[in-house]
Design a protein around this ligand. Structure first.
Ligand code: ZN
Length: 398
């Protein structure tokens, strides 16, 4: 079966042959004859599905000069995009090896080669080239962006911070400040895993409060306090997060609930949570869904939020007559709500809980960096139980 490379190269050879023919036909008499044997040789390799030999033949046959260099770049970049990185590397290395190209063309070739290495997962080689290019003005910005991507993948947070700051400076803005805060957070989380709590605190404190654009730092401070036995301080931080009534509720609520549950003091938890709900009544829905997805039980204040959720969920009222349930006798009402709550928990646990608002990637666990589009802190929790999986019908396998 001919591959896509066969078609790409075949097109190049045919175009070259046609150009040769045109030159031969319209050009001077002593120009090379039409349909040079070299083109036919290249096409012959392709017909025999010898793509690598065809690439070698192309590189030998078509000298890199001002008129052909764009064809070399286009072919190399096309191979990379098709995932045939080793062929792209061969073409770009061939350009670099030519002594007669300009400084600008050589830098362009180094940049293309660095991208090839990045695609091939050869991070060390890509890093060397991007560092070399970052002081060449036309490639500075792109090289810095690629270096950040390498350091993120290799979890080299200090280097990522240094380069992101450099890029902010270059662009005269602070657009990477949130990213920089997350690099500090990642580094602090690593230190916590190593039980090096002092290092974790130093990492978090080094985020300039003016530049901090994420509440994740507060979440980690709370976690650090809880680990070290300062639970009262941890609770204060978690409730400060809850009071802000944003998507961080989904992260903070289960953690603070567990502290009170372990202390057998859910009464105090309810008191504190009711005070937040009274100040911010709109938080009730997010608390209910978070509790359903995190299987939080035995809290009166949360159960009240879940009851309100059941009462107001439009999709749910398509299945059951919610009003009848709430108007029935107390024991029937309680057992019905318990059953509905259990059903909602099963559904919430079997559906993704977070979705990236940039690319739509969804997951059960919150991912600070989206694995699909690589953006930071773009995932948000869903606000209601999805009934799609319940509505999916199966057909009989014949
Ligand atoms: Zn995404």
């Amino acid at each position: 079966m001919p591959t896509e490379s066969t078609f790409i190269l075949a097109s190049v050879f045919i175009i070259l042959a046609a150009t040769g023919w045109a030159l031969g036909y319209f050009g001077e008499r002593d120009e090379q004859p039409p349909l040079n044997i070299d083109y036919l040789k290249g096409l012959n390799f392709l017909l025999n599905e010898q793509t690598d030999q065809a690439v070698d033949h192309f590189l030998k046959m078509v000298r890199v000069d001002d008129t052909t260099i764009e064809t070399h770049f286009a072919l190399g970049n096309l191979f990379r995009k098709r995932g045939e990185v080793y062929r792209a590397i061969k073409i770009h290395q061939n350009i670099i090896a030519r002594p007669d190209i300009t400084e600008e063309q050589r830098n362009q070739a180094f940049y293309s080669l660095a991208k090839d290495y990045l695609h091939a997962g050869l991070f060390d080689r890509a890093e060397v080239l991007f560092i070399r290019l970052n002081d060449k003005s036309e490639f500075t910005s792109e090289s810095l962006k690629n270096l950040i991507s390498i350091y993120e993948q290799e979890k080299e947070w200090s280097k990522a911070i240094e380069i992101a700051k450099k890029l902010n400076k270059l662009n005269y803005d602070d657009s990477l400040d949130m990213q920089i805060s997350h690099y500090h957070c990642e580094s602090a989380e690593e230190a916590i895993d190593e039980k090096n709590y002092d290092k974790a605190i130093t990492r978090l404190n080094s985020v300039n409060s003016r530049n901090n654009k994420t509440l994740r730092i507060e979440l980690i401070f709370a976690k650090l306090n809880a680990i070290q036995g300062y639970e009262k301080k941890a609770v204060d931080i978690y409730f400060n997060i809850l009071k802000q009534n944003n998507y961080f509720v989904a992260e903070a609520l289960p953690l603070v609930f567990n502290i009170f549950k372990n202390q057998n003091d859910l009464q105090e938890f309810d008191k504190k949570l009711n005070s937040v709900i009274n100040q911010k009544p709109k938080i009730s829905n997010l608390i209910a869904y978070t509790a359903l997805a995190s299987n939080i039980e035995y809290s009166k204040s949360i159960d009240n939020c879940i009851e309100d959720y059941i009462r107001s969920d439009e999709a749910l009222s398509e299945f059951i007559n919610v009003n009848d349930i709430f108007q029935s006798e107390l024991d029937i009402k309680d057992s019905s709500i318990k059953k509905i709550k259990h059903g909602l928990m099963v559904l919430a646990n079997n559906n993704p809980r977070y979705q990236c608002n940039e690319c739509g990637f969804s997951s059960q666990k919150l991912l600070w960096q989206c694995p699909s589009c690589k953006a930071w802190e773009t995932q948000r929790p869903f606000l209601s139980v999805k009934f799609d999986s319940l509505l999916q019908r199966k057909v009989i396998d014949a």
